[in-house]
Design a protein. Sequence first.
Length: 394
Amino acid sequence: MQRVAAEGQGHLGLAIGLAAGPLVALGLARFAYALLLPAMSDDLSWSYSAAGALNTTNAAGYLVGALLAAPLARAMGTRRAFLAGTAVTTLAIGLTATTSLYAVLLTIRFVAGLAGALAFVLGAALVAEASHRGSRGRAAVLLGVYFGGAGAGIVAAGLLVPWVLEITHGSGWREGWIALAAVGVLATIAAGLAARRVADPAPPEDHARRWDRRLIGWAVLAYTCFGLGYIAYLTFISEYLTDQGMTGPLIAGFWAVVGVTAAVSGLAWGPLLGRVGGSRGMAVVMTALAVGTVLPVVLDGPVAAYLSGAVVGGSFLAVVTAVSIAVREALPQPHWTAGIAFATIAFGLGQTVGPTLTGWVSDVTADLGTGLLLSGAILVVGAGVALVQPRRAE
């Protein structure tokens, strides 16, 4: 019993260390963009569409990275590819501060997305490998802790970026990216120390590399809807709240709420996802996410905004946990990396389109709230699609 408890604690510590990957890939490189967007947009005179296109380009890079994840893992080893992705993402974060040229920023955001996908997907594969002999509930908790690293990154960005902008009188978006890169360096070191403690997942045999993608087809389609829907909120919410009159300290507090609830969401949702399974869990969580997304549009004021942030922060990473569980349930262990990568590709397609679609709708209607309502509707559709995914026979 003591040995089992020690192994469980060791796996939890491993998941926490590897969570530095999503901390960098999502918390810093992806979501912190929303915090710096108002300052960048004002300084560089961007439209909503131009601002959304930068995150679309980041998402396009993420899509390419998801396509490359499995072959690079086979060629380099999962641990090395994971660490390379984390390090290159950190470098791209720092480089964002060096230019005002839109085309160069597009390129940097693309690289950040590509490298971030490698870190995110392959880190999840390492956690799945460490937990594959455990129960479904145990795996759900460990994966939830891992994905919660993105929430920790949001907390760090939510506290750091507004402070940097305040001391630079609102114009220091370059200093903001440099500060985020410094956090990324520390996270990359932590990821490297953790990755040394887990073995690379066993690759499938040559004759077994083919697998039936229909086994996770509905869950993956629902995940595409998630990619379409969630990214608009996390791209434009700071801009929306600023337009509604919320000031820097209130927005900093809002992002702290988003980040804290995201960081602990794995522990909160893990037991439920372990009981109901991946696809049904997706439906529940995406419904909650849809409610949180539209809440600041239908209700005004900081209280509604903070409640929205708590609901969205506490649910969006649980969707990622749920789809990882769905892959783990449906496929044999040697195909988990490929399955997670395939789901991430579909998700990447959704989040590639999402920011530009929302930016275009918001430009046409001259109202960001319309784009958020559209995102909520897409998430509801995805929740319904997830329910169609058949449950694996036990």
